[in-house]
Design a binder for this molecule. Structure first.
Ligand SMILES: Cc1cc2nc3c(=O)[nH]c(=O)nc-3n(C[C@H](O)[C@H](O)[C@H](O)COP(=O)(O)OP(=O)(O)OC[C@H]3O[C@@H](n4cnc5c(N)ncnc54)[C@H](O)[C@@H]3O)c2cc1C
Length: 291
């Protein structure tokens, strides 16, 4: 049974921030409820006040332009991101990730902002968005701030959000020329969360196939979504070969810090990382060569 709470359904960002500012730690935001309601049913979370932001239309958008890149409002649903022409044109790895997130029903109601704020290290969006160098915009009555997504999750289900803050926007810069990005996850049941997720972004120098920039981001491999920086170091400045990608996989598997749980042992997750980093790196490389 869910504990009783007082319910607010603000229609504007200002109204929502006013309620958050008043009740702070006693209050919880609900967007699609796909993750929060599970926690409330288990009584792991029992807020006195619930602020339902789903009706704030000013936070539900996806837009892009040639200067500022992609901007996704926190209330855009997974399904909207998956289907967005702006995402398909230039950020296709993001749409591919969404197609494998949960079921269509969950994607229709769950929001990309809610997924990130949930702080689950196994969430699918974070690794891709980290590979894409995404920033998050957070707003409170005091003002606004932005931070790289890679710094946002602090521990299991713990984020940098202050109690009076709301995530409003995910900002994805335009990829550099000759950049390829790819993501995959391993899961046993289709539409389930990742046993391990891997995103790779590779940028090649023009005409020389040398790796000028690289990001390798891992999901379900540590208490937070993480960058495999040592693995990135094995590729940076080099001509990418299959052997080098395999080496990056081995290095990523050693710098990851996975847990053993019902889905897989830590050892199994490390083995998956070895294979998936090389495999996803190869796909990113092929895309970078075509970009
Ligand atoms: C059956 C099922 C399968 C799933 N499979 C997957 C999967 O394969 N991959 C995956 O990544 N996820 C999966 N999920 C998780 C789920 O899809 C996401 O976590 C969901 O999108 C969260 O969005 P929401 O809008 O429902 O957030 P909510 O549940 O409403 O909120 C989640 C958390 O974020 C906070 N929050 C929400 N929005 C904001 C905001 N704008 N600012 C500040 N805080 C906010 C809430 O307070 C809460 O703590 C699955 C869920 C279900 C039910």
């Amino acid at each position: 049974m869910i504990k009783d709470f007082e319910y607010f359904a603000p229609k504007t960002l200002k109204e929502a921030l006013t309620v958050l500012d008043k009740y702070r730690d006693e209050c919880k935001i609900i967007a699609g409820g796909q993750s929060l309601l599970v926690l409330m049913r288990q009584r792991l979370v029992a807020p006195e006040y619930l602020v339902d932001i789903k009706g704030i239309s000013e936070l539900n958008y996806i837009k892009s332009d040639a200067k500022e890149g992609l901007k996704i409002g926190a209330l855009a649903t997974h399904r909207a991101v998956e289907k967005s022409p702006a995402v398909k044109n230039g950020f296709s790895a993001l749409g591919e990730m969404e197609r494998r997130l949960a079921s269509v029903q969950t994607r229709n109601w769950g929001t990309i902002g809610g997924n990130i704020c949930h702080g689950d290290p196994a969430g699918d969006p974070a690794p891709v968005l980290i590979a894409l160098k995404a920033n998050l915009k957070m707003v409170s009555l005091k003002g606004e701030r932005t931070m790289p997504l890679e710094d946002f999750t602090l521990d299991y289900f713990e984020t940098a959000l202050e109690p009076d803050e709301l995530l409003t926007e995910i900002q994805v810069p335009l990829p550099l020329p000759h950049t390829g990005v790819a993501y995959t996850k391993f899961n046993i049941i289709e539409s389930d969360v990742a046993t391990v997720g891997v995103a790779v972004s590779l940028t090649l120098g023009s005409g020389n196939n040398t790796c000028e920039d690289v990001r390798i981001a891992l999901g379900a491999s540590a208490p937070t979504p993480m960058r495999a920086r040592k693995a990135e170091g094995t590729l940076q400045g080099k001509k990418i070969t299959d052997d080098l990608l395999r080496e990056a996989g081995v290095v990523a598997s050693t710098e990851a810090d996975p847990i053993s749980d019902i889905a897989a042992s830590a050892e199994y997750r490390r083995e998956l990382l070895k294979v998936l980093v090389a495999r996803v790196g190869k796909r990113a490389l092929a895309r970078a060569k075509r970009a």
